[in-house]
Structure formats: C-alpha cells, structure tokens
Design a protein around this ligand. Structure first.
Ligand code: BG6
Length: 478
C-alpha cells in the first residue's frame, strides 16, 4: 500500500468563499467582502471604501455554509473524509482586527463546526488567515505594512489556539503567503496582506516589507501555539508551481531559478528560520531597507513550522527572451505557454507530473519535512443533465492523474506526504474571479454567477469516485 494507514484524505475550503453570513453573528467586514465578481480575464474590483450599492459581492452569501454547515459536513463524512481544511474568519473573532476582546458568538460558531467535524470522524485542519483580513486593518493600518498588525494577528492566533486547543491539532498561519511575489498584481497584496499600493511607491520593496512582517507574525504565532499545546502541528501554506525553463538555453535556467527563489524565500524562512542569503542580496542590490526589530532573528529561528503545506494547480514555463511570442497574458500566470501540456477552461496549465516534481523538490530542499497537499483541483463549467445528474468525468481524470503522480512520489521517491486536500470539495466562490460557475466540487451547489439558485446540494459522479479512493486508501483509482 502506497499511502500510510492514517493518511489524511480530505478537502479544503476557506471561510470567505463558502460561509456567507457576512454580517451575522457579530462579524466585521473583511477584505473579501469588498471584492466584486469578475470573470476570467476581468479582475475583481476592490472597493476598499466599503460596499457599493448595485455591485455584486459574491462572498456576502457565498454558499451559505454559515447556516448549512451541518448538512455539508455530513456529506463530507459520507465521502469518508478524514480531514477538512477550512479557515477561521478573522472578522468573526475580532470584527475590526484591533478590538480589545474577541467576539464570543464567532468563537461559538467554530466550536460547533469543529464538534460537528469530530462527530463525523473528520480532523479539522485550520488556516488562520486565508485572504480575509479585517478591512479595518487594511484601511487604518495599511495592512501588514504596519508592524502593530503583527501583534494583532498573534492575538487572534492565540485566542484561537487557546479556545480550540482540544479540538484542533493541525494549523497553518497564512494561506498562499507567497502569492504576493507577483507584486504588480493589486489582488494578491490586498488579499494576502491588506495592502493597497500608493501612487509611485516601489511595489516590490513594499511587498518584501509586508511579507517580512507576516513571516515574523507567523513565527511568533507558532512559538505561542506550541506553548499552548505542544502537540499542535503548525504549518505554512504556499502556492507551489514549478517554473520550468522554456528551453535548455542557459539564460532560461537562470530565469527559472530566480523565479522559484521568489517562492522559496517564503518557504525558506518558514522552514529554516532565517532570511536566505539570495534574498538579502536582492534587497542589497536594490538598496531596499527592510525594517526589522531587535529580537526578530531569534523569533524567526524559534518559530519554524512543523510541516510544509502547499497548493498545487499548475506549472509555469519561463523564458529569458524579451517579446517572446509565446508569452501568456494572464493576471495569475507568468511566463510562456508550455507546448507539452493542456490548460483548463480558465487557462490554468494542467500538469500532474509537476506535482510529483514539486513534492520531490520540497522533500529534497527541506530534508524530507512532512508535506501536506493543502489544495489541488480543477475549475470546470458544469450543469446538471435532465435527470439532475452531473457527470464530471474531466474532474475524475484530473484527480486520477494527480493522485497517481502523488503515489509515485510516496512509493518510489519516498517523500513524507501525510495529507491530501482537494480544493473546494463543495462548489464555492472562486477567489480569483469571484465566479460561482468556476466549479471545483464533488458536490454541486445550485447557484449561478448572478447569485441566483436554490443553493441545493447534489452529489456529482466524482463524489462516488473520491469516496472509493478514500475507502481504498488511494489504491482504487479506477
Ligand atoms: C488558491 C486559494 O489560490 O486557489 C483558494 O488558496 C482559491 O482560495 C483556489 O479558491 C482556486 O483558485 P480560484 O481562483 O479558481 O478560486
């Protein structure tokens, strides 16, 4: 058997993409609540000054998990989930981020949710900050530009650790913390760090400062978490897409190496506990003074992660040639087209072998650290047929190919992989486009991009397929 007996098969979501109830239970407004729906190629509008009448804010209702979590968790239980990754909406606990006291109603909501998971034998895996910072933090403090926000995050983390210390073992601090490496993209710095750029400032330097502050916040939270419960497993979460050189042209190798370093910076600090020399050199070459505080070095060193988690959706290809005709013009996909692989309807390259490659790269770089695939999946256009069935063969094939590669990484390459959480086991709001119709689920939710629909849930064919995969511990992929 390739996978260990206690392997955690599950799925992953984020609070803002499925809960809804954006103004219920004392919840404050988050950065996700002021993002309108976009479409592929058209970015979501950020209305940081508040909610504008007449605009469509898909996260306000999302799929109403806030009221339906019992029914939904029962469906995950029926599939045989061993774990379920979701996030705690910071604004349910500290509505403004800088509140003196936590909101008891918000804390109770997650108590009930975690109890419900345990009733179904599902282990909660909890992200503390998944693109849902309090909007007040973005507007009043400039997000993580302000060092005071580090302590606000740590206070939020400690509140959660103390409250749920007997219900949650697996934690992660910041979701896809390395997305902001694409510093020119307004979406990533806003969702990662609550940052809105100012006219004329050096975006890359700002990004490194906020990233630095977040890495310190993460390390501080990890140190505190281990004091509260030494059995906690606290990890990081990065979006890991291998960047391949377009050709064997030596300059393409350099481009690919430098591109990967932009992500490894985050992973290296999380795992190795210090700023890597190549990043210090980059700061020096550019004359960027990243503000640090006395004691930071010790904090980074002591607050290293227990495991490394990453999302895997695609690989990139990169070229050293300027004006390369194969260049991809997409907000989220850098580089050039890879002729050896196909892409999804949203242009996301589909590369199962890249997953095995990434697992190996991480295992080698970080001395076989325990790994979790905290997201993986494909967004598809889907509609029920006349009998209400959804035949999502393309999703089954996607997962079959990815799990097969993951199996090779475990069985042949010996990587220490302990969990697999496909993204969006139930249809939810897309993070990048705000669409409902970019569907990832094993469970269909009746709601369209305009927000119309009954919100009824139904099982797609992949539901039964994944149920079988879990029951056979990954042996039966037929
Ligand atoms: C990751 C995020 O970037 O990918 C999720 O952690 C997101 O929040 C997922 O939903 C899929 O991306 P999208 O844009 O298709 O929803």
């Amino acid at each position: 058997m390739a996978f260990p007996k206690n392997f955690l098969w599950g799925g992953a979501v984020a609070a803002h993409q499925l809960e809804g109830g954006w103004q219920e239970g004392g919840k404050g407004v988050s950065v996700a609540d002021v993002m309108t729906a976009g479409t592929h190629g058209v970015a979501r509008k950020i209305t940081a000054d508040g909610v504008h009448p007449g605009e469509n804010y898909p996260n306000h209702e999302a799929i109403d998990f806030y009221h339906r979590f019992k029914e939904d968790i029962a469906l995950l239980g029926e599939m045989g989930f061993k774990c379920f990754r979701t996030s705690i909406a910071w604004t349910r606990i500290f509505p403004n981020g800088d509140d003196a006291e936590p909101n008891e109603e918000g804390l109770k909501f997650y108590d009930e949710m975690f109890d419900e998971m345990h009733r179904h034998g599902i282990e909660p895996v909890i992200t503390l900050c998944h693109f849902e910072l309090p909007l007040n933090i973005a507007n009043k403090y400039g997000g993580f530009r302000d060092r005071r926000v580090v302590d606000m995050f740590v206070k939020f983390a400690v509140t959660c650790f103390e409250r749920y210390k007997d219900k949650v073992t697996y934690w992660m601090t910041f979701n896809e913390i390395n997305n902001q490496r694409m510093y020119n993209n307004d979406f990533s710095v806003f969702t990662n760090s609550g940052v809105i750029y100012k006219e004329g400032e050096n975006r890359e330097a700002v990004m490194y400062q906020v990233a630095y502050n977040e890495l310190v916040a993460s390390a501080k939270a990890i140190i505190e978490g281990h004091k509260i419960n030494p059995n906690f497993k606290i990890g990081c979460m990065l979006a890991m897409s291998p960047t391949y050189p377009e050709t064997c042209r030596p300059d393409d190798q350099i481009e690919a190496l430098k591109d990967m370093d932009k992500s490894f910076f985050f992973g290296d600090v999380h795992v190795r506990g210090h700023i890597p020399s190549y990043t210090k050199q980059l700061w020096k070459n550019n004359g960027w003074e990243i503000k640090t505080e006395p004691g930071d070095e010790e904090i980074l060193k002591a607050g290293v992660v227990d495991y490394f988690s990453f999302s895997y959706y695609m690989s990139y290809a990169i070229s050293s040639l300027k004006d390369n005709p194969n260049a991809i013009k997409d907000l989220f996909i850098p580089g050039v087209k890879n002729p050896y692989i196909k892409a999804s309807d949203w242009g996301w390259p589909i590369d199962p072998v890249g997953l095995r490659y990434m697992l190996n790269v991480l295992a080698e770089r970080y001395d076989n650290i325990p790994l979790m695939i905290s997201e993986n999946g494909i967004g598809l256009h889907e509609e029920p047929d006349a009998e209400g069935k959804i035949d999502d063969q393309a999703r089954i094939e996607y997962f079959r190919a990815h799990i097969s590669e993951m199996k090779k990484a475990v069985e042949i390459d010996g990587v220490d992989l302990f969990a697999y959480c496909p993204w969006g086991p139930i249809d939810l709001v897309s993070a990048s486009t705000g669409e409902m119709e970019k569907r990832y689920g094993f469970i269909y939710v009746d709601k369209n991009n305009k927000g119309e629909g009954t919100l009824n849930r139904s099982r797609k064919n992949s539901f039964y397929w994944y149920q079988k995969v879990i029951a056979s511990n990954g042996e039966d992929l037929a």
